[in-house]
Design a protein around this ligand. Structure first.
Ligand SMILES: Nc1ncnc2c1ncn2[C@@H]1O[C@H](COP(=O)(O)OP(=O)(O)O)[C@@H](O)[C@H]1O
Ligand SMILES: [Mg+2]
Length: 352
């Protein structure tokens, strides 16, 4: 790695290289020099084939943010000005280490949930005026729930592994929710909600907090930034908080949409995004969580019926279990939608 690092514009001489963080996708290292600290990562080409587009998106987004004086990732360029280095199965790239920062797998209390949501709200707000035309789709149709449903229906019709008999009720549930899948996609197409930048992996461990103040430093892990609507991040951020470690839970009764978490997250998020959101976007906030849970259920169940070709299954029913987790959450959200709408109105009134 030391040899690879010689190709980058580092300040000072390398003192140490150590494995770092708890990421699930990239191999991440902390590199210390006599003058500075850096994060370097190997990112697998199989996960992201279009590296030029991916790195260019990160470059555009971070430049937009830093030009405004906002804290964000700071790419370390190679000595010949490149954004990354090619090395076999992976590409290799670096960022300056976000000073005094720490990331958490779980947030200890609602105040931290609110703070993390402020971080995403700030991120979306600061990016609201970027020219989205230059940002490419690293994973085309990632959140296109209409297309996701079409794909799902094709797999169900083909039933290639004869697994349909094991999951008819689950399939019926997802088919019964068809109207949900066009809610956001159609609103985007009609221009009722704005095309904006979406992070697409808004998990808690992608938020860097300042170790001393407990405030958000910035949002990390920008590999999946694309255009879409910020509703995708709002929905997925909450969805992942609701599921927590229970994504693979065998007992779906554990999957609840906690209304206190909803309120705290919305409060933090909206405190930043008020003035940047229109009525339609506000109306869709609670639905966005439902739609993202259903989208994941479509993907897991589709993959189960298809014979586990996309998501690695550790045991034969794994993807069915994952699908049922999301379906359980979707059902709980459906029950709580009226309450979520009440909370939304309350928070909007609080800040307007
Ligand atoms: N620039 C940075 N400064 C400080 N810590 C970082 C930085 N980039 C990443 N990290 C740490 O490394 C972890 C993994 O990085 P991340 O980009 O999220 O990779 P993955 O896609 O594998 O999740 C993060 O959760 C965070 O703890
Ligand atoms: Mg990450």
């Amino acid at each position: 790695m030391k040899d690879l690092l010689q190709n980058f514009q580092l300040d000072g001489d390398i003192l140490s290289i150590e494995s770092y963080g708890n990421g699930h996708i990239n191999k991440t290292f902390l590199v210390k020099t006599t003058k500075d600290a850096y994060i370097f990562q190997f990112v697998n080409f199989h996960v992201f084939p279009n590296v030029d587009m991916l790195m260019n998106n990160i470059y555009l987004v971070t430049k937009h943010l830093s030009d405004k004086g906002c804290r964000t990732l700071d790419i370390v360029k190679t000595k010949d000005g490149g954004l990354y280095l090619n090395c076999g199965e992976d590409f290799f790239r670096g960022y300056k280490f976000i000073d005094n920062s720490i990331c958490y797998e779980k947030l200890p209390d609602l105040e931290m949930v609110k703070e993390a949501a402020r971080g995403f709200g700030q991120f979306h707000k600061d990016l609201a005026d970027i020219d989205v035309a230059n940002v490419g789709d690293v994973i085309p149709d990632f959140h296109n729930t209409k297309k996701r449903f079409e794909t799902f229906e094709k797999i169900v019709a083909e039933n290639p592994r004869h697994r349909l008999a094991m999951c008819r009720q689950d399939v019926q549930f997802l088919e019964s929710r068809k109207a949900d899948y066009s809610m956001i996609v159609d609103a985007l197409e009609k221009g009722e909600i704005r095309q904006s930048i979406t992070h697409n992996d808004p998990k808690i461990n992608n938020v860097a907090f300042d170790k001393d103040t407990g405030k958000v430093s910035c949002v990390l892990d920008l590999d999946t930034v694309m255009t879409g609507t910020f509703l995708y991040d709002f929905g997925d951020g909450l969805r992942s908080l609701f599921t927590g470690d229970n994504e693979d839970a065998l007992d779906p009764s554990k999957l609840v949409a906690d209304l206190d978490i909803y309120e705290a997250y919305l409060d933090g998020y909206y405190s930043m995004m008020r003035g940047t959101m229109n009525e339609k976007e506000i109306e869709l906030l609670p639905y966005s969580i439902l739609i993202i849970a259903e989208e994941l259920a479509l993907r897991f169940l589709g993959d189960f019926i298809n014979g586990d070709v996309y998501f690695r299954a550790d045991y034969p029913m794994h993807n069915l279990v994952r699908a049922r987790t999301q379906i359980a959450l979707a059902n709980d959200i459906l029950e709580k939608l009226p309450k979520m709408k009440e909370i939304t109105a309350k928070i909007v009134a609080k800040y307007n």
